[in-house]
Ligand binder design. Structure first.
Ligand SMILES: Nc1nc2c(ncn2[C@@H]2O[C@H](COP(=O)(O)OP(=O)(O)OP(=O)(O)O)[C@@H](O)[C@H]2O)c(=O)[nH]1
Ligand SMILES: [Mg+2]
Length: 504
């Protein structure tokens, strides 16, 4: 019984106490800015029902959650402003958890403005701040912070796989993982504290500390595995950063133009055409790819503009998750004819050395699949310039043989890009939702540190220091709570809700 009390202390004691006052009733257009077919205007707060009555001229509110066609009037003079569907959501069964209503009206600017003005004239109503509806949903326990972030990501999602990941997050699949770890930890702290309290009377099992240590060890292993995910979820959420690298004139810009299906980059027969980084965003089979075209790499330029371009290219390489290494088929053919006994890996090693791309190739790599330190797609371009009699040199090279000029080899190339994106981003699933925010990683890393400290304290030869162990575990718990928002601050919330638009 007493142990349960300690448990309860952690379960409820950590709950976020809001300083938020919800006396105001807020309203905003939730369907986005500008002219549209149907605009949705949302009202939330204690006076939402009054506002609905005033604007529709009824005395009794309609059946909750049913759409009814009504004239929408100016409450000041009774003028009908528009006719539309209205819905009434009494709290707590609403998005925000408060009394809310929605007006679905014609999406013309004048209609929207007239209705917003009418709502503004109702006592105690004001225009909502960006993200204020979702913020209220959070304060009212409708969503936790990971779900709030999921909504922001869902609004920002530009590709199908990004949408899937964000949707799973709004549905609480990510939160579930953190909640599970949190409740395991709560039990451990509660048990340990109970043991500390009652040790002398010896009424509790003496092996409790061992159980706690074992559980903490298990948790450390699981969290470490989870953190060691190659940042898949973040990659998917932010887009995979990729860079096209190669010598001048090999067809890097031509490749970018084909992939984005428009002449985004300047292509000329002159070596050294591209200087600045040109970045485009692509949707490849539902995965977001941010592709950067760069200046051709070489070490013998005296041109200061080209030098700067090369520096920028190398910098872009450092932060890239994926590299497109472009080679000229003719260059490889010449090299092959001179060095018949050597293989393609030797050529790649030499080529990346010439380009000065440090660390792309592992010195001990011995096959094309394990030679690179980053995910890399090799593209041998200008295959159209190779005579049939020389084609045998390119057989079984296991690289993409393409002609940007004739758009040959693109299907296989796209397939390989898709495969790489799947490796980098993973495939969102309910069972294994990925960590999608750097914020979660920070708190989880801190949590891990405190759990490791707990273990360290338990290894003390002079005996366990249970009080210090419990203290470390509580700190770990706090970090987990920060992820879901059980423990939070107004500053943190401001950062998270900054990403929202008005009306959400
Ligand atoms: N024959 C042939 N020519 C190509 C192919 N791809 C590109 N080219 C030509 O090669 C030249 C250089 O192409 P770019 O795409 O500008 O090459 P780049 O690597 O971006 O060059 P820099 O920006 O100078 O580093 C242009 O004249 C292209 O038309 C190809 O597959 N076959
Ligand atoms: Mg170029």
């Amino acid at each position: 019984m007493l142990r349960f009390k300690v448990f309860k202390k952690y379960l409820y004691g950590a709950k976020f106490i809001s300083t938020f006052s919800n006396v105001d009733t807020i309203f905003a257009v939730s369907s986005g800015q500008g002219k549209c077919g149907v605009a949705v205007i949302r009202v939330s707060g204690p006076h939402a029902g009054t506002a609905l009555k005033l604007l529709t001229g009824v005395e009794v509110l309609q059946k909750p959650r049913y759409a009814i066609l009504k004239n929408i009037k100016n409450p000041q003079n009774g003028e009908v402003l528009d006719k539309g569907l209205v819905l009434w959501f009494p709290g707590p069964r609403s998005f925000t958890g408060e009394d809310s209503c929605e007006l679905q009206v014609h999406g013309g600017l004048a209609v929207i403005n007239a209705i917003l003005k009418a709502l503004g004239s109702v006592k105690n109503l004001r225009l909502a701040e960006p993200g204020e509806f979702t913020r209220r949903a959070f304060y009212n326990g409708k969503l936790d912070l990971t779900e709030v972030e999921g909504i922001a990501d869902l609004l920002a999602a530009e590709t199908e796989v990004q949408r899937k990941q964000a949707f799973l997050q709004t549905e609480g699949y990510l939160s579930k993982i953190y909640q599970e770890w949190r409740s395991i930890l709560i039990k451990c702290v509660a048990n340990l504290e109970a043991y500390i309290d009652f040790e002398e009377t010896d009424t509790l099992e003496t092996n409790i500390t061992n159980q706690v240590i074992e559980t903490i060890q298990g948790l450390i292993t699981v969290i470490k595995q989870y953190l060691n995910d190659g940042r898949r979820g973040e990659c998917l959420r932010n887009g995979v950063q990729s860079v096209i690298l190669g010598e001048p004139n090999v067809g890097k810009s031509s490749l970018l133009n084909i992939l984005c299906q428009r002449p985004a980059a300047i292509v000329t027969p002159l070596a050294g055409t591209t200087r600045d980084i040109l970045e485009i965003t692509l949707d490849i089979s539902g995965y977001p790819l941010i592709l950067a075209d760069t200046a051709g790499l070489h070490s013998h330029t005296k041109d200061i503009i080209e030098k700067e371009g090369i520096q920028r290219a190398l910098k872009a390489y450092e932060s890239a998750d994926l590299v497109f290494l472009v080679i000229d088929c003719l260059k490889y053919l010449d090299w092959y004819k001179l060095n018949c006994e050597k293989n393609f890996i030797d050529f790649i090693k030499l080529y990346t050395q010439e380009l000065n791309i440090n660390g792309l190739v592992k010195p001990n790599g011995n096959s094309i699949s394990n030679i690179f330190d980053k995910q890399c797609v090799i593209i041998a371009n200008k295959i159209d310039l190779i005579k049939d009699t020389d084609m045998h040199v390119f057989k079984n090279l296991n690289v993409n043989l393409v002609s940007c000029k004739f758009e040959n080899g693109m299907e296989l190339l796209l397939k390989e890009i898709e495969d790489k994106l799947k490796i980098l981003c993973g495939e969102p699933s309910k069972e294994h939702p990925s960590m999608s925010h750097a914020r979660h990683r920070q708190h989880l890393t801190q949590c891990l540190k405190h759990l490791e400290n707990t273990l360290y304290l338990s290894n003390n030869s002079a005996g366990y220091d249970l009080v210090l162990m419990a203290e470390e575990m509580r700190k770990a718990l706090k970090q987990l709570g920060k992820i879901t928002g059980t423990v939070t601050t107004e500053q943190l919330l401001d950062v998270i809700f900054k990403e929202f638009c008005i009306g959400k």
